[in-house]
Design a protein. Sequence first.
Length: 274
Amino acid sequence: VWGQIALESSQMYVTDGPGGKSRFADTTIEKLPDKVLLNIFSYLSHREICRLARICKKWRMIAYDTRLWKDVSLRPEISGLHVGSLESLLGLISVRFGPTLRYIELPIELITHTVLHELANKCPNLTQMLLDFSTAMQLHDFSEMQAFPTKLRYLCICLSEVIFMEGFMRKIYNFINGLEILHLIGTYEKVEEEEEEIYEVINVHKLKSATPNLRVINLYGINFVDDSHIEAFSSNCIQLECLAVNFCAKVTGSCLKTLFQRSRRLRCLLMNQT
């Protein structure tokens, strides 16, 4: 669609004078400057850009320009992009993402210590990351993980319903003290009303010690979160401006007085369905 718009725009009838010929009558999309094509491509989804890369060598070169890959979701249900193997992803990190990458979303099958190590080394400007563990039935082995992106300001972790995350979290605590925005997304929609066992799949009390600079905390639909977890965050996050605990059904509000006393900068409190 954007290619057609560019083509029609380039063939607009502009005369040189009475009876003059159109200046752009012979212009086609193939003759557009690379920077114009790059700008057109920037309006497209990454899935569409990948399709355009098959058209010709010139379009393939433009499609692989790292400036088009600053914000990337590799979750197929979100972006339509599916990376078939870890080797393919490691190649993308080196060749296509590199220093321009600012934001990335990874599904559980692509979250390994090797991938995270490469992101830390090849993408020095990565400041936002989403890690989706929500469908996990088993985690990869992170015992050898020695590196993790250190400039993160935004981290979103989609929690598993049953997998304990602490083995992974212990490996990243030393790298995330610069976080300003933290989203922990629970499995509220997946939990059945009659379910009895509730697993504390992430240790909030340890997490708060590793993230003293948080301004925004969003705990959504986490069935084990209660007032003690909110109190824990308030004891360490003096910069806190926004706290959201929507659909955390165990929160009763008994911690609010302590929260307000400690978090003097708090301006936004969201407690829907608590």
